[in-house]
Ligand binder design. Structure first.
Ligand SMILES: [Zn+2]
Length: 408
């Protein structure tokens, strides 16, 4: 929790009061700010959008709910924006919201009153809200064409079988004029979305950022690579924005970095995932669903983002991209199993939204399980981090070197 800049507005406390019929949410701020408040369905939430506000909430502000509020969370949302997300127990209406000016030594207060409503009234309020509210995307969204992968049966090669690469497996020639390979590393979650939380309260968003930075440093030594992080601080990015970073930079490889939790405390090890329409197994499916929820946690309105694209050229590009992705996942699994625990099935596939750039080979690396004591200890160990980033760097080198080998 960084100390606030002199001019920065800081939220210093938050609390919930009331009952199942009417509930009040209050945030104390060092000075008044402009804000907008609105509801979102699936699941029912109330969003409070703020300018860049620092959060330094006292121990009394646990984020746990009361009355109509089941929980709330808060954090930065890109540059100069912040958000408070209030999860509600069911459909609610915003009865009123107002700002109280600081007075008599009291801080400014942002007050939101919620009342219980029915599904139909909620829907009408949401529609009116959506129509009235100016759409403020987190980034200018000029190129909004993140295509949805279309169904295509795909053979998943057995890991460890090292046949000479086929044309489809060979990485495509570098897209940049200077021949540099662009590698985009995507630390999962961030800001308002902590991701998984470990037994010792280790946050996924923190360990994956530390790992991604270390991997970038390791790869940065190679002048043939340009390495880009989708986020280099504790901010929230939507899944679409992450995909966009990869596409806009014409990435040759996209690596999403995550760490999971599961019910079974003994489950541990790393796994590499690629995208597929049909999940390789039930656990992969469950994980993809969980990771895809990041946008809901960050409060994105997903109402209009499910267009299917069935262009034959996109299908072809996707097929080749998928083959490259699987090829890289195998290379990475081969290197990783030399230095760390792997799950029983180290390469799997499922419908991860973040891996769906049709033209960028993409993998999602789950480093391990924060629900496992041993894995959690490894994930924060600098020695383990050095070994695993080294192994990933080797896999990346081998992957791109394959193209040169195939030409000889
Ligand atoms: Zn994750």
């Amino acid at each position: 929790m960084a100390p606030a800049h002199a001019e920065e507005v800081t939220a210093i406390a938050a609390r919930v009061a009331g009952d199942d019929g009417k509930t009040r949410f209050v945030a104390d701020l060092t000075r008044p700010v402009s804000y907008s408040v609105y509801v979102l369905p699936n699941p029912y939430r109330v969003m409070i959008d703020l300018p860049g506000v620092a959060f330094d909430l006292g121990p009394g502000s646990s984020g746990s709910g009361l009355g109509l509020v089941s929980a709330y969370r808060f954090g930065p949302l890109g540059k100069d924006r912040s958000r408070i997300v209030i999860d509600t127990t069911g459909p609610v209406l915003i009865a009123k919201s107002f700002l109280v000016k600081p007075e008599d030594g009291q801080p400014a207060r942002l007050v939101v009153d919620l009342v219980k409503t029915d599904e139909k009234t909620f829907r009408m309020a949401h529609e009116a809200d959506t129509a009235a509210r100016p759409q403020v995307p987190a980034e200018p969204e000029a190129d909004d064409t993140v295509q949805t992968a279309t169904a295509m049966p795909l053979p998943v090669p057995k890991p460890g079988t090292e046949a000479p690469p086929t044309a489809a497996e060979r990485p495509a020639p570098a897209k940049r004029a200077d021949g540099k390979r662009v590698i985009v590393i995507d630390p999962g979650h961030g800001g308002i979305d902590p991701g998984a939380i470990g037994i010792r309260r280790t946050k996924e968003k923190d360990v994956v950022l530390a790992f991604s930075r270390a991997l970038k440093d390791k790869l940065g030594a190679n002048k043939n690579y340009e390495v880009i992080l989708t986020r280099d601080d504790d901010t929230f990015l939507s899944l679409k924005q992450r995909v966009k970073v990869a596409r806009q930079n014409q990435a040759d490889l996209f690596i999403a970095v995550h760490a999971d939790t599961v019910r079974g405390a003994s489950v541990r090890g790393a796994t590499l995932y690629t995208v597929s329409e049909k999940a390789s197994d039930a656990e992969a499916e469950a994980l993809a669903q969980k990771e895809n929820r990041a946008d809901i946690i960050g409060g994105m309105d997903l109402g209009t983002e499910n267009e299917e694209v069935t262009d034959i050229l996109i299908e072809l590009a996707q097929r080749e991209t998928k083959n490259h992705s699987i090829f890289f996942a195998k290379k990475a699994a081969t290197q990783l199993q030399l230095v760390t625990h792997m799950t029983g099935k180290p390469t799997r596939s499922a419908g991860f939204v973040v891996l769906k750039a049709p033209d960028v080979p993409s993998v999602l690396l789950e480093l391990g399980y924060l629900s496992n004591k041993a894995d959690e200890a490894l994930l924060v160990s600098p020695k383990w981090q050095a070994q695993v980033t080294e192994a990933m760097a080797k896999a990346i080198d081998t992957y791109f070197a394959t193209e040169i080998a195939a030409r000889q």
